[in-house]
Design a binder for this molecule. Structure first.
Ligand SMILES: [Zn+2]
Length: 378
């Protein structure tokens, strides 16, 4: 059965449709409940896994959505479309697929990017007993990003004082300081946390318990955000020219992963992040198993006028969490603006998401099938 539109209107609808499609496709399904938070209507918040293919498949595609909460709608739609259009029925022999739905169900349900602790999960997969990454320049920009009101005055201060910081430190250094992750301001941008979040602990558990048989793992982590209309950016975090990077190139094409191409689509050189889930998954799998793949962005937002405009969505989320509250009079307008940036309603975006994700799944799955034999022949 094919849905008229795989895009859901809410987290609960997305989860229910995911569960229904997975169950009717014969998947093994598990739900993991977040014990620390609820949704805006008191909903229980869960991360789901659905396993397709042989129980003991040695070659597995692991595909997640909703690491950044509200970004989850596009990935959820892609997963639903794959399930409802015979994705599971057309798997090559010995290849399994594990879909992970709503890695950050709190953010998904509330329409926010971070977790219930304002943590960016893609900065949180670290050993918190070790010294945390430093980000001294973030201290300087933090006050500019955190106004009491997100108004013209705050914007002109951000542009004016931001320009001074850029002239002193350089454009990329400032962008990097804002987005690479910081561990000193729990009410700030891209906060990496002071401990591993429930989502990360749950992913760790899923990999340990449910991916035991997997020897080769392909990883696709759906996100949205950068300016565009549903076209894909493949962010591969394997070392350049490594066997894993070459594997990803084989699936999605060398041009799609080329650094200059990716940087151009992204809008600048990428930030120097730590604690990302891609590396966490690799680490959890251990040295005896291979992992290749990418964080894949569906470009989603409309063009931005300037730096303040580009930071506005994150400023609104932060204001809702720490200044005005999620019940403020502005909340519904701000949440709608955030939603439209991460999960646009325009038809062209939705069509492109489905077409591009369908192709990316097919490429990865057929690549995984031949990877399996290539490694077996070594
Ligand atoms: Zn994201």
């Amino acid at each position: 059965m094919t849905s008229p539109d795989p895009f859901s209107a809410s987290y609960t609808e997305a989860r229910d449709r995911f569960l229904a499609a997975a169950t009717s496709s014969g998947a093994w399904v598990k739900s993991h409940t977040n014990p620390h938070a609820k949704g805006p209507n008191g909903e229980v918040l869960t991360m789901e896994t659905a396993w397709f293919g042989p129980d003991d498949a040695g070659t597995v595609l692991l595909n997640s959505c909703g690491v950044h909460g509200a970004e989850g709608y596009a990935g959820s739609a892609a997963q639903l479309h794959w399930m409802e259009n015979d994705g599971p029925g057309s798997l090559p022999p010995h290849v399994g697929v594990m879909l992970l739905h709503a890695v950050n169900p709190f953010g998904f349900a509330w329409g926010l990017r971070g977790t219930e602790n304002n943590v960016d999960l893609n900065r949180n997969w670290l050993d918190f007993d070790q010294p945390l990454p430093e980000n001294a320049l973030y201290d300087k920009v933090h006050p500019l990003l955190c106004p009491k009101r997100v108004d013209d005055k705050a914007v002109s201060r951000l542009l004016r004082e931001g320009a001074q910081l850029i002239s002193k430190h350089g454009q990329w250094a400032l962008e990097d300081a804002i987005s690479r992750g910081q561990y000193t301001h729990p009410d700030g941008f891209h906060f990496g946390g002071h401990q591993q979040e429930w989502s990360i602990q749950t992913l760790q558990k899923i990999i340990t318990e449910d991916l035991k048989s997997a020897k080769q793992v392909g990883f696709m982590d759906w996100h949205t955000g950068p300016v565009g209309d549903g076209d894909l950016i493949f962010l591969c975090f394997s070392p350049p020219r490594s066997p894993a990077f070459q594997q990803a190139e084989r699936w999605w094409g060398r041009a799609a992963l080329a650094k200059d191409h990716v940087d151009a689509l992204w809008g600048s050189k990428r930030p120097s992040r730590r604690g990302i889930i891609f590396w966490g998954v690799e680490q959890a799998l251990g040295p005896d198993r291979t992992c290749a793949g990418a964080v894949i962005e569906f470009r989603s937002s409309l063009p931005k006028m300037n730096a303040a405009d580009a930071l506005r969505i994150s400023m609104l989320e932060r204001w809702l969490r720490f200044e005005g509250g999620l019940d403020a009079p502005e909340a519904q307008t701000y949440l709608a603006e955030i939603r439209e940036d991460y999960a646009p309603t325009r038809a062209s975006f939705r069509t492109n998401v489905i077409n591009n994700s369908t192709r990316a799944y097919a490429q990865a799955i057929s690549g995984l099938a031949s990877w399996q034999y290539a490694d077996a022949a070594d």
